[in-house]
Design a protein. Structure first.
Length: 357
């Protein structure tokens, strides 16, 4: 059926609609040329309507082993052309079938570049995807609603979980703010067995399992809404080595007295250049975040900025000068390099080794 996207500023984009009822969400865009299945199932997109700028989506089908969570948490997807005949030796079905199976609405045959330009110029905003004949009164009522702020607690694990070999060299406690499957796999491949905790776990429960290190994961929403986690992680600083990625990076900034701010349209894609200031080398990175750490808010903290975005100079990594704490804003496990950024997991291992000694 015919459908449309109506943005908060009143602009309208028409296409074909795979879905039923009108859906409200925050409209964002991702510039990656591949990875649509991983994007769909990344919990960090909770409550968002994802616009994919690459025009042909679904051309290599779907493959069960690359999903990042048990189900998607995004509200809808917007794509240019939805491929009917994928070609890939690993293909197990079409992306359209995948969307239907999860119940994720999709607007396609739409000008995604025009939507992206609108967001780039005016910033992310709420939007509604709906059938073409949806009454304007219903759309206006949806746009007046506030978006939820409990995304992390909806996507986090609901109980303590375990992964990895009992013979693993390291034992890592994981705070799950919406962790991706590839991060868990990367930690396991680095020789870690994992104890995975819900986002609201108390510090004493983490210390009870006596881990060699603590990992703070990626996740959706505003990091300022995670004050409950910030207070618990403050109790863990200095007691165990800590490594944070994405949301974990933003939480750590708050632990040391810093703050975050909402970006105009965020960093979402697999081609973002980041410079490691310690070596001068630039890495191509995969990113998905709409908030960034305010560098000026860390002036009083004993923190060194280690990584910066080449595009806009925002903070992409930091280390504490005396404590075993490090973090990055991007996803080293997502392999845009493809393996260039895995050195960060090696640094985490080194930090755990030195802390043991």
């Amino acid at each position: 059926m015919k459908g449309k996207l109506v943005l908060q500023d009143g602009s309208v984009y028409e296409g074909q609609f795979l879905g039923g009822a009108p859906i409200l969400g925050e409209v964002v865009f991702n510039t990656g040329m591949t990875g649509y299945q991983e994007i769909l199932t990344d919990p960090s997109y909770a409550d968002q309507i994802i616009t994919l700028t690459y025009p042909l989506i679904g051309n290599y089908g779907v493959y069960r082993d690359i999903v990042q969570a048990p189900k998607p948490y995004c509200r809808a997807m917007i794509v240019g052309e939805l491929c009917d005949f994928p070609s890939n030796w690993q293909n197990e079905g079409t992306f359209e079938e995948n969307l239907r199976a999860y119940g994720i609405p999709c607007l396609y045959d739409v000008d995604t570049r025009a939507i992206t330009r609108r967001i780039r110029n005016h910033g992310v905003m709420k939007g509604v995807v709906c059938p073409i004949n949806t009454p304007q009164e219903r759309i206006d009522a949806l746009l007046q609603q506030s978006l939820p702020t409990d995304q992390v607690m909806r996507v986090t694990t609901k109980w303590e979980g375990y992964r990895g070999s009992d013979d693993a060299q390291y034992h890592v406690a994981v705070y799950d703010f919406g962790i991706k499957e590839n991060i868990l796999k990367s930690l396991e491949e680095c020789g870690c067995r994992l104890t995975i905790f819900p986002a609201d776990t108390k510090a004493e429960d983490v210390l009870r399992v006596d881990p060699d290190g603590i990992f703070l994961s990626n996740g959706p929403g505003d990091p300022q809404d995670l004050q409950f986690a910030v207070e618990e992680i403050k109790k863990l600083v200095g007691k165990k080595p800590i490594f944070g990625i994405c949301m974990g990076h933003q939480v750590l900034a708050q632990v040391f007295g810093g703050s975050t701010y909402k970006m105009r349209f965020g960093h979402r894609g697999s081609n973002h250049p980041v410079k490691d200031l310690r070596t001068g080398r630039v890495y191509i990175t995969s990113q998905n975040h709409g908030y960034a750490v305010d560098e000026n808010s860390l002036n009083a903290a004993d923190i060194t900025i280690t990584h910066r975005s080449v595009n806009d100079n925002t903070v992409e990594g930091m280390v504490h000068n005396t404590l075993p704490v490090m973090s990055v804003q991007y996803h080293p496990e997502a392999s845009p390099g493809p393996t260039d950024n895995l050195y960060l997991f090696d640094e985490f291992e080194k930090m755990m080794d030195e802390f043991k000694k």
